[in-house]
Design a protein around this ligand. Structure first.
Ligand code: PMP
Length: 368
């Protein structure tokens, strides 16, 4: 049999795939071979040899012929201890916190219900909401990229969101919303508030001990930013009754056996992860200060493992991004993402040599 004509495939897709999906582009992931990679807030450090040996041993002894076990209690206990989840809370695991975002939206939103977040923030809040037939409402930050609490409260009154996502610290701006502002949003929210603490290890600030205080809060975290982005593992902590509901949406076996085994092993060496995060925290301010000293560059305060910088000298954000890319240095360009982010580039804190290479390249580019 010959393959179906392309026009027939196109016609069938046009009549079948949702129009809004056909208009989208897939989530962009840059090709990074041979590049200095400062675009995705990964940890630049690989795990030490001893930990990798330990992982190799556990993985070898992991049976691959069976589905993952139903009982995740050992991993749940290990996660709760390692990351300070209150004993009375439960945790739900996701294949990355991206999956948890979908689970929350699917569990809470009937078609057309509102998902809300201060904006700009993590782009996947918007994408997941739309994929899952919810309506996304982004509430603009102030011109200084801080939280506009009165605007948030007014938008919540108007749109009655089922779910509010608050990234604390916020990506891509780096800002850490104050406890008072977060509490005011939690108080006023008619539905669930998800505190997304993906960058918590770099802020040294958390809502986790208070996760059970309000009836409508869960705290979501990921291990992606603390050295394990390749694993795909996120967790969401909250009142056991919330977790029971959300767990109904979890795809069966979403956490594969290799991820589980690796995590159990790595968590025995949690101090290594903490130490890597501490190094990135310590390297953030010197990087921010060096960037701010460049001509025409404004750096926004960051509590994450990255900084957002606005380039308003002779070269605009797009030009600087391209010039760095030509030099095989990858950072993330937000220039065209949102008016509030005009000419803004987001730079992950890398290893010292990577930060130095970036700064040297920028010196050269901006003085050319
Ligand atoms: N939340 C925020 C705020 C993020 O920036 C990211 C990743 N960029 C995620 C969640 C998703 O993390 P992951 O799926 O790797 O766990």
């Amino acid at each position: 049999m010959s393959a179906a004509p392309a026009a027939d495939v196109a016609g069938r897709i046009a009549g079948t795939v949702r129009a809004d999906i056909r208009e989208l582009a897939a989530y962009p992931v840059a090709h990074a071979d041979g590049c200095i990679k400062l675009d995705a807030m990964e940890c630049p450090y690989e795990l030490p040899e001893s930990v990798r040996d330990d992982i190799a041993r556990t993985v070898r002894d992991t049976a691959l012929n069976r589905y993952p076990a139903a009982d995740l209690s050992a991993l749940q206990a290990a996660i709760k201890t390692a990351f300070g989840v209150p004993a009375a809370a439960d945790v739900l695991f996701g294949n990355g916190s991206d999956e948890l975002i979908h689970i929350v939206v699917q569990a809470c939103c009937a078609p057309g219900d509102v998902v809300m977040s201060p904006w700009p923030s993590f782009v996947y809040f918007d994408m997941a909401a739309r994929f899952d037939h919810a309506r996304f409402v982004g509430v603009p930050l102030t011109a200084d990229l801080t939280l506009d609490l009165p605007a948030m409260l007014a938008a919540m009154r108007e749109h009655q969101p089922k779910v509010v996502f608050l990234a604390v610290p916020n990506n891509p701006t780096g800002g850490l919303w104050s406890d008072e502002d977060v509490a005011a949003i939690v108080d006023a929210a008619p539905g669930l508030v998800v505190l997304d603490e993906a960058y918590q290890p770099f802020a040294e600030h958390t809502w986790m001990p208070r996760v059970l205080d309000a009836p409508n809060v869960v705290v979501m975290r990921t291990v992606s930013k603390i050295g394990l982005a390749g694993l795909r593992f996120g967790y969401l902590a909250g009142h056991p009754d919330w977790i029971v509901e959300l767990n109904k949406l979890r795809p069966p076996y979403n956490l594969d056996v290799l991820t589980q085994a690796t995590l159990m092993t790595v968590l025995r060496h949690k101090a290594v992860l903490d130490e890597q995060a501490a190094r990135l925290r310590a390297d953030r301010e010197p990087l921010a200060a060096a960037l701010a000293a460049l001509p025409g560059v404004r750096v926004f305060p960051s509590a994450g493992n990255f900084v957002l910088a606005r380039f308003s000298g002779k070269l605009d954000g797009n030009a600087v991004h391209l010039a760095l890319k030509t030099r095989k240095i990858l950072i993330r360009n937000f220039s065209n993402a949102h008016p509030l982010l005009a000419n803004c580039l987001r730079i992950s804190v890398g290893a010292p040599a990577e930060n130095a290479a970036l700064l040297a390249a920028l010196q050269e580019i901006l003085s050319a």
